[in-house]
Design a protein around this ligand. Sequence first.
Ligand SMILES: [Zn+2]
Length: 368
Amino acid sequence: MSDNFGPIAGGIIFDNLRDKNVIVMAANIRFVPGITKGIFRAAKDANAPLLIESAKSECNLDGGYTGYTPKTFADAIINTANEVGFKNWGLHADHIGVKTGDEKEIEDVKKLILAQIEAGFTSFAIDASHIFNFEGKTTLEELSGNLKATKELADFIDTECKKRGLENYGLEVEVGEIGRKDDGGFVVTTVDEAVTFIHELNKQNVFPHAIAIANGSAHGNIYKDGVQVNQVSIDIPQTKKIAEALEKEGFNTRIAQHGITGTPLELIASLFPKGDIIKGNVGTHWQNVVYDVLKVFEPELYNKMRAWVLKNHSIEGKSDEEIFGKGAKFALKEFFDELHGISNETKHAMEAKAYSDALMFFRAFGTK
Ligand SMILES: [Zn+2]
């Protein structure tokens, strides 16, 4: 198959969108058939830029929880882009997570990054936000471990991408762990943390296009008293303040908003500061589409997957709805073969639903 519609360098997408009042949707695809085609078709029809992404937890050398490796994932996505004939997209490695920053971990992460680059990924998100020195006396001291790991991996990405002729790859970094809570609720990233982080990275010759911050969102489906609820906790004023401070410093870094699933589209359309937020991650939503369609088109498979999740990923004191909503991702690998053997009718329904939802996201994200 021709490769004319392979992913473009992530940096090109970010550089073209910066301060343009558009958010690029970054879709985490956990199940490729149907869903991916629907999203690509919508992007083509809406003339929207697009990132397809997968996190280290979702897709890695052991298959992650989706069952895809970087290579099988990239191949399937590139095939779909060719089929649809859509050019304006990049392939992004979401949450390349580093928890401790020790040598063994960094070496393992480098193996994953190399596999991603070789598979055709064109954009990378280093997430060392877990490394936070609570004993640090200054912001710089608090962030020193995160900075060290981020710098080392950014240099590795730079060297390996350039070796292969990928110059303007995309780069995202993260400060402040998304969804972390303390007694006072969500812990949000401060202006000082974001500015210090990017300032130090720039000083060390690392120039991220996007920074993920903790701003009150959480990943995945959200529940209150066992019932799924909307995500309305994103701190918009704080997000704007951070973006404005980064811009004022002259940094070419804008915000990557994580955890958008469940945020009402009309709120995104009216309240999200486009241009300040350059990238919007939508992950679990697409998995919800998979299950919504399965429930009707393949009830037997759906019920088996649901029963498996309730048995193997139960959470003490939580409702079945919440257990399934949070654990459904783990069934993707367990039922990989059966899922990839669903009927064309089912895939078609997933494609149609993904198409219509993607059109709505693109509009809410400011694509014209
Ligand atoms: Zn995320």
